[in-house]
Design a protein around this ligand. Structure first.
Ligand SMILES: C[S@@+](CC[C@H](N)C(=O)[O-])C[C@H]1O[C@@H](n2cnc3c(N)ncnc32)[C@H](O)[C@@H]1O
Length: 217
């Protein structure tokens, strides 16, 4: 890692890092932001953070939480945060799952899982993060009507995602027509990872699901 990035991890990351309190009680993510945000959104596996930084800049009233264990990516996002003076971001430089287990019920208004590692080999499919335990955890922490955005450019993972999402009672696909999944929504910027793959692969699919209201309404 470049020395500048290491320095960012040592000096800036602690300022923006989420610290979960001891115990196993639920934690309201709104308290992590200096100016209590109206809504909190979570990006899981933000890579180098281009999408997260864009959403934070476009939605200053939203508190953006990002979880990503890849430290080079975290450091890239940190330099972007400083350069653009973004004030509404909190980070967990780690696996998202322990965080999901602690978030209070219905505390997130939007969740992004963009281009998760496809794990194409059959014997690695159990490593895919879009799976039933993850969807159960998201169903718990997402508020009624909250949006879950998932994307992939891997056709086998796409089938897997649709199978798991369509089988889950807490999520409803928002698509009505082809353009709803094969065309990039305007408020969904490109990332470096996605750009790299566009030259070769069959293209990305953009899935938007709604958290079904708990009272069935
Ligand atoms: C293929 S990359 C895509 C990055 C980014 N979303 C993008 O579109 O550019 C997938 C990312 O998910 C992260 N990741 C994998 N498992 C994770 C987990 N359990 N919690 C948080 N992030 C995870 C990886 O470290 C990796 O950076």
């Amino acid at each position: 890692m470049r020395p500048g990035r290491e320095l960012l991890l040592e000096t800036v990351l602690p300022e923006l890092s989420i610290v979960l309190p001891e115990g196993d009680g639920p934690v309201d993510p709104h308290i992590w932001f200096p100016a209590a945000p109206q809504k909190v959104w979570l990006e899981i596996g933000f890579g180098a953070g281009e999408h997260l930084a864009w959403q934070a800049a476009e939605n200053p009233d939203v508190g953006m939480v990002g979880a990503e264990p890849y430290l080079n990516g975290v450091a890239r996002l940190l330099s972007e945060i400083i350069e653009r003076d973004l004030q509404n971001i909190c980070l967990l430089a780690d696996d998202v799952r322990p965080l999901l287990a602690r978030l209070s019920a219905a505390s997130l208004a939007r969740v992004f899982v963009l281009f998760p590692d496809p794990w194409p080999k059959l014997r690695h499919h159990q490593r895919r993060i879009v799976n039933t335990p993850m969807l159960d955890a998201l169903a718990h922490v997402m508020e009624d009507g909250a949006e879950l955005r998932v994307a992939t450019d891997d056709q086998s993972y796409l089938v897997w995602m649709l199978r798991h999402l369509e089988a889950h009672p807490a999520f409803d696909w928002m698509a009505n027509r082809m353009a709803d999944w094969n065309t990039r929504p305007e408020d969904w910027p490109d990332t470096r990872y996605e750009g790299k793959n566009r030259s070769g692969g069959p293209g990305a699919t953009f899935l938007r699901y709604r958290r079904v209201p708990r009272n069935g309404g």
